[in-house]
Design a binder for this molecule. Sequence first.
Ligand SMILES: NC(=O)c1ccc[n+]([C@@H]2O[C@H](COP(=O)([O-])OP(=O)(O)OC[C@H]3O[C@@H](n4cnc5c(N)ncnc54)[C@H](O)[C@@H]3O)[C@@H](O)[C@H]2O)c1
Length: 335
Amino acid sequence: MPSIGQPKPFMKSTCWSADISGHLHATSSSNPVTVLMVGIGGYGYFYLQTLFELIPADQARLGGVIDPLAKRSRHYPRLLQERVPVFDEIEEYFRAGYHADLAVIASPLQYHVDQSCVALNHGAHVLCDKPIAPVVQEADRLIQTARNAASWCMIGYQWSFSRAIQELKRDIRKGLFGKARRLKTLIFWPRDDAYYHRNDWAGKIKDADGRWVLDSPANNAMAHFLHNLFYLLGEEAASSARPADAVAELYRVHPIENFDTAICRAHTECGAELLFYGTHATQCEQDPVFHLEFEDAEVSFGETTPEITAMTRDGESRVTDRRRTIRSSRSYSTL
Ligand SMILES: NC(=O)c1ccc[n+]([C@@H]2O[C@H](COP(=O)([O-])OP(=O)(O)OC[C@H]3O[C@@H](n4cnc5c(N)ncnc54)[C@H](O)[C@@H]3O)[C@@H](O)[C@H]2O)c1
């Protein structure tokens, strides 16, 4: 599971708590969680909308916003109206004496680790959107900071957090399907120039300040599905399988710095073969499909039906309804 540190009581007043699957449970409404939103354009717009529209005010309140372009957000008039403190940089928020129980990071991926570390070092729990970081050294720094902190950090791979995937993973871990042999996933999501010009980091290898970005389908829009292959084979509810080796073919069709098409093959330490096929350079659209081959069963999703279906060798069929999950993923993919 994409969680760093053991889930602990969400805050001292136990207003909410987090279970191992990352779901938050309201246990008391006496003391609302103070949420700091970092990045409110793009995908962050939906986090803020959720906070405003779906979470009762006595359970969570917006403590502040960090976004140098906050004025461009459709939420900005409401921020002004409710006198929400808005800063360009996360350090300014804490320097001004404000506090956060939870920081939600939906900024460009090259800022994820720095901003998550600042929030953790100020006692906030962190929900950082995927990917954790462009390079592994940065990810290690965040893991270390989270381990030393009294709070936790979760990475927003919502597919893996979904009830559907949790149930499937439980069955795999129980050994219901036997040993994993080959897991493959495929996604064709067309992206046009507007996608690559929506900001100054899409498709980049480094940003203007020299920070690693390495934006690509594999670590941004389609990262969920690559992550999910490893996550499903993790031995624990909160762990993923580790790659023993990996090879990839990368292609570029759009006039960008990095690649827009990736074909990867990896083997896990347990010997399963994982295959990932993803492209933004396509005219036809194919939402994620996966096909998982085990010793005693084949599990598929999206090939013929919008459900995850496991067919065991003796012919018994188990169907897990995934309609809700699929709809929400589709809406994210339009960003
Ligand atoms: N979980 C999902 O399904 C999903 C979907 C889309 C995007 N994302 C993730 O959300 C993150 C942002 O992607 P996006 O497509 O929304 O990007 P975007 O560039 O469209 O929006 C980023 C927002 O962050 C703001 N920003 C820029 N620099 C900042 C800084 N230093 N501090 C705070 N805010 C800053 C921008 O002004 C903008 O409002 C990425 O990590 C991406 O992978 C996740």
